[in-house]
Design a protein around this ligand. Structure first.
Ligand code: SF4
Length: 363
């Protein structure tokens, strides 16, 4: 949409010219991506003709896309210990934000000036309900939209769920997602996720269900793999899933695993942040630490190609990650994430700053 040129405008020689190439756009549409420092802008649109003026510099971006979503991992403690959990969450995990840390993070998110939505998830965020409420309050007061992901363990009935959710409805959220599948339901008669969803719907809260099926194998005719076994079910084989759910599944030659199929490592539009300060590009793959470098500086300074893990993944996927770092790997893996997670775990002692927290590797 835009490109930055090195030329100057007549009458304002000290300010660099930015040429904005748009099919048609109004000036107001541009303002959200601009900040306050002056820069001269040449704007050519169908509706407004040629405009030359001073608007502001482009807001900080990661690569090409703007970082618009922050997912706060409020705690890694959880009521369950699901086999498919990317972060090895469970009852014994302790990492949880303090109120002060939450306040600092939200201030940093404001300073970033690109974020529009903040999610609270975990672990199970309702385990720290007062913290969740106060965090939501701060996020809404800062003008962000908010969402929550929960397993609904707290809704022992719809009526009970209504009491938990009324304060949240009053603060206003745009997404209430309930994890409801075989992994989360220890007992097939457990209806708490359903009660939570019903209570949210009764209160008019926008509600969604996250349902991951156990891995299944079929002979689907996937493009380029006609007649070959295909793993379905929606599980991504990273975190605990890579260690607990891959046995017996069909595998692919490692030479085929040349891309990261699920994350935009060059220009992430959303990242997860945990209480230890790690900014996750993918679970356990950290851009850096906000308790050492504030989020806006971290984002502005992020150079994916120079990142020791994201760089190789961008250049040639998980197999490139393994070869660039001289790892001896097996000949085949279930999918890209399976090889990536396995390689990253081997690299953890060499790159503890970027492969964090170590608990994301079950350590
Ligand atoms: S390939 Fe690696 S970085 Fe990409 S989604 Fe899978 S585990 Fe994450």
């Amino acid at each position: 949409m835009y490109s930055s040129e090195g030329s100057n405008l007549p009458g304002n020689p000290t300010v660099p010219l930015t040429a904005l190439q748009c099919s048609d756009v109004r000036l107001e549409t541009l303002r959200p991506i601009l900040s306050d420092e002056p820069i001269s802008v040449l704007l050519i649109t169908a509706s407004q003709g040629v405009h030359v003026g001073t608007l502001g510099v482009l807001r900080p971006q990661v690569g090409g896309d703007v970082l618009t979503g922050i997912h706060i991992l409020l705690t890694l403690k959880c009521t369950s210990e699901c086999d498919h959990c990317f972060l090895h969450c469970g009852p014994s995990r302790e990492a949880t934000f303090t109120l002060g840390q939450l306040r600092t993070l939200i201030r940093q998110i404001e300073e970033l000036e690109t974020v529009n939505i903040v999610y609270f998830e975990g672990g199970e965020p309702f385990l720290f309900y007062p913290l969740l409420l106060e965090g939501l309050h701060m996020v809404r007061a800062a003008g962000f939209e908010a969402g929550i992901v929960t397993n609904g363990y707290w809704a022992t009935s719809v009526e009970d769920g209504l009491h938990w959710l009324r304060p949240i409805r009053d603060l206003g959220i745009v997404d209430f997602s309930v994890s409801d599948d075989e992994f989360h339901r220890l007992d097939k008669n457990d209806r708490r996720a359903e009660f939570a969803r019903q209570a949210a719907q009764q209160l008019g809260i926008p509600t969604a269900t996250i349902c991951i099926e156990p891995p299944s194998v079929s002979l689907q005719a996937a493009e380029g793999r006609r007649g070959k076994p295909v793993v379905g079910g929606g599980v991504l084989f990273k975190g605990r899933a890579a260690e607990k759910l891959t046995a017996g599944l069909p595998v692919r030659p490692r030479e085929e695993l040349t891309t990261c199929p699920h994350e935009d490592l060059l220009s992430p539009e959303r990242v997860h942040v945990d209480a230890d300060g790690n900014v996750h590009l993918c679970q356990g793959l950290s851009m850096g630490n906000i308790w050492e470098t504030p989020l806006p500086d971290l984002v502005r300074g992020y150079d994916a190609q120079k990142h020791p893990i994201a760089g190789p993944l961008l250049r040639g996927g998980p197999i490139r990650l393994a070869t660039e770092h001289g790892l001896a790997m097996n000949d085949s893996y279930v999918d890209e994430c399976h090889l990536c997670y396995t390689a990253r775990k081997l690299l953890l002692p060499r790159f503890p700053r970027y492969l964090a927290p170590k608990e994301a590797y079950g350590l």
